[in-house]
Design a protein around this ligand. Structure first.
Ligand code: NAP
Length: 283
């Protein structure tokens, strides 16, 4: 990068692995676009080094760090404060350093909700939601949709107990229940939005479906958190049956946009962020 000087404020992402991350590309473009003297790098932090890496945020005066797999849960033990959303979700993906006090946030779910609203125009207030999957990403999405005023959140997962457990955590914010994967076809008339939060269909397993979704059609918006491929089999087939579709790239962009906004207090230059990530995904 050009322009680094003795006033440059540092940022980064901690992960294991981390070399595939597009966050440095996206956030450095955001800093350049917004005229912020910042630099963002990827740090390969192993689990046994996490505690020292977090101490490094304080010692070196980083303003902020993103945390990715496998550190999103474990990092919480090393922070001074955890935002309500991150506490309910049980994971942190963004750390803000205020003069040595570290606060953990989770911007995945709110990033998803912002992307869904901006890209589909859907009003989430009163929306009836079916989530397929109950893993880490599902937790953020379920919380954000519940906070946005969803009328109901049904959660179906291969391991049903995890769906029930997530529904119980979300029930304080919206009517929520866990259902078995083989019950979902019966919900066709009772849901508006169907979200694949599982990894089924992600590259290289592009022919996988999260469940039998052959009933998703023009009554529904079909949404997938996966952005590689940009259009999963689930989305493609739902679109062929008349559903409106929404892919996962916007979630990635907006989780980074929220992090940028928490760190700098400036509106994120979302169009530039999206452009540089899209460019990097083009073969
Ligand atoms: P995770 O915590 O490992 O959870 C995986 C979920 O997928 C679990 O509910 C699991 O069910 C289910 N699952 C896995 N393989 C399946 C299959 N073949 N059939 C049915 N269900 C299956 O993973 P995660 O962190 O939540 O990530 C999930 C997906 O979201 C990934 O594809 C990831 O790339 C995507 N994601 C996207 C963004 C973004 O910015 N767009 C951000 C985060 C995650 P069991 O509980 O039964 O194992």
């Amino acid at each position: 990068m050009t322009g680094l000087d003795s006033h440059t404020i540092l940022y980064g992402v901690f992960g294991d692995p981390v070399r595939h991350s597009r966050s440095p590309l996206m956030l450095n473009r955001a800093f350049a676009e917004a005229g912020v003297n910042g630099a963002y790098a990827a740090f390969h932090v192993k689990p046994e080094g996490l505690s020292e890496a977090v101490a490094g945020i304080r010692a070196l005066g980083f303003r902020g760090v993103n945390v990715t797999i496998p550190h999103k849960v474990e990092v919480m033990a090393h922070l001074d404060e955890i935002d309500e959303g991150a506490r309910v979700i049980g994971a942190v993906n963004t750390i803000v350093n205020d003069g040595g006090k570290l606060t953990g946030y989770n911007t995945d779910g709110i990033g998803y909700a912002r992307s869904l609203k901006e890209e589909t125009g859907l009003s989430l207030r009163g929306c009836r939601v079916l989530l397929l999957g109950a893993g880490g990403a599902a937790r953020g999405v379920a919380y954000a949709l519940a906070k946005e005023g969803a009328a109901s959140v049904c959660i179906a997962n291969r391991t049903t107990s995890r769906a029930d457990e997530l529904a119980a955590a979300i029930a304080a914010f919206a009517p929520a229940r866990g259902v078995a994967l083989d019950e979902i076809a019966g919900l066709a008339d009772d849901v508006d939005l169907v979200v694949n939060t599982t990894s089924a269909g992600m590259h290289p397993h592009v022919d996988e479906l999260p469940a039998d979704t052959s009933w998703v059609d023009g009554r529904h918006i079909a949404s997938d958190l996966i952005y590689n491929p940009r259009t999963t089999r689930f989305l493609r087939e739902a679109q062929e049956r008349g559903a409106r579709i929404h892919g996962g790239l916007g979630m990635f962009i907006y989780q980074g946009a929220y992090a940028f906004e928490y760190w700098t207090g400036l509106p994120a230059p979302v169009a530039a962020m999206r452009q540089v990530v899209e460019q990097s995904l083009t073969p």
